[in-house]
Write a protein that binds this ligand. Structure first.
Ligand code: SF4
Length: 379
């Protein structure tokens, strides 16, 4: 059977960068391929980060491009924009993700069994991008549950209860096994009318099993996968089974700083003034500088911190045709002094409200919207 490829996509964001460093440090025997899908419209900080990671790991990060554009000398985003006749991508028409990220990645992988490592953190509540291609399996090393949702659904499927109990019996014994078997043998309620209830029940069962031991759970899942056609079935062993780390936002910044790779400049907060008060803004994501998933305050950050890029983003808009980055307002509207002031005021109020609730977690959510939107841009 063909051996699996191990790949990690570097998006230019902090989490995938930290994951590359983490895997290099902790799993040096995994033969990892690093890649970066270049949209051609990233901030300079992103390109610097890619070089810093290359220097740290002593390995080239492969730049992937859509085959169609690779034959030309054109900028990847501009090439496809032309073929879409100036129609800007949006949350509901994300041709950019498909053409600039997904297609190059899936072509690169081809039909080879592939394990794709994804930097979703232990303090995030999202699944991330999961390829529809059967030969690509995602693993999430920063979470307590390293497995993707589709794998968990199969392992915890009520019809597999006796198989999973048998697998546990080969890894545990005594009281610990008894406790686990009690949980395994309790089917979770499936509500055919409400998927969310089923999902919540399944998740509860998963949490209970993980609480009784992440490593035995991982071993059971691995044994289960051996009976399937998932890419991991091609591996004799998988060092990540022994992984029970859980990394959160602070850990990510620590890895980047301590390794010397550094935190991309755009994450560093800068002060802004509004009504004689001082707020702070930064960019929360990597990706194209004009990404339509960015918050209004990030557009203002772009305007004030990188005015020439903001002007370039404006030049893509054609209000008459309805081609704008944001619904209902153009970038020219956004930088009208009154509108800018309003955006800053709203942002400052939101941040103050979060602080007054003394919610570090909420501030992190407001600060960190990388989790929203372009999941596939963070494959
Ligand atoms: S970062 Fe935003 S604009 Fe760029 S490819 Fe992803 S979704 Fe599209």
């Amino acid at each position: 059977m063909e051996k699996a490829k191990h790949v990690i996509g570097i998006s230019g964001g902090k989490d995938s960068a930290a994951l590359a460093i983490y895997l290099f440090e902790n799993y040096p025997h995994l033969d990892m391929t690093y890649y970066f899908c270049d949209t051609g419209k990233e901030l300079d900080d992103t390109y610097r980060l890619i070089e810093n990671i290359e220097n740290y790991i002593g390995k080239k990060i492969i730049r992937l491009q859509n085959d169609e554009v690779a034959k030309t000398n054109e900028n990847p985003f501009d090439y496809f924009l032309k073929s879409y006749r100036g129609y800007l991508p949006s949350p509901t028409a994300r041709w950019c993700t498909k053409k600039l990220k997904l297609d190059p990645f899936e072509n690169f992988v081809g039909d080879a069994p592939t394990i794709s490592y994804v930097g979703i953190r232990g303090d995030e509540d999202r699944e991330g991008y999961i390829s529809t291609k059967k030969n690509i399996q995602s693993i999430f090393p920063f979470r307590k549950n390293i497995w993707a949702e589709d794998v968990i659904n199969k392992v915890l499927y009520n019809g597999n209860i006796s198989m999973i109990s048998d697998l546990y019996a080969s890894h545990l014994n005594g009281r610990q096994l008894d406790k686990v078997i009690d949980i395994v043998h309790t089917p979770f309620d499936v509500d055919p009318k409400d998927k969310n209830i089923t999902k919540r029940n399944r998740r509860n069962k998963l949490e209970q099993l993980l609480d009784l031991g992440v490593i035995p759970f991982n071993k059971v899942v691995f044994d289960f996968l051996k009976t399937t056609e998932y890419p991991l079935a091609t591996e004799e062993d998988f060092p990540m089974l022994e992984n029970d780390d859980l990394l959160i936002r602070e850990d990510i910044f620590k890895i980047l700083r301590e390794s010397g790779v550094g935190v991309p400049e755009y994450y560093e907060k800068k002060p802004y003034q509004v009504e004689e008060k001082t707020g702070e803004y930064a960019r929360s994501r990597s990706g194209c500088y004009f990404c339509f998933f960015q918050q209004k305050i990030e557009w203002i950050w772009l305007y004030e911190q990188h005015p020439s890029l903001f002007i370039q983003a404006m030049e893509y808009e054609n209000a008459e045709e309805g081609f704008t980055w944001n619904q209902h307002e153009t970038l020219a509207d956004l930088i009208e002094p009154k509108r800018t002031e309003q955006i800053k005021k709203e942002h400052l109020n939101r941040m103050n409200r979060a602080k007054s609730k003394d919610s570090k977690f909420l501030i992190d959510i407001l600060d960190d919207t990388e989790s929203e939107g372009c999941a596939a841009c963070f494959i």
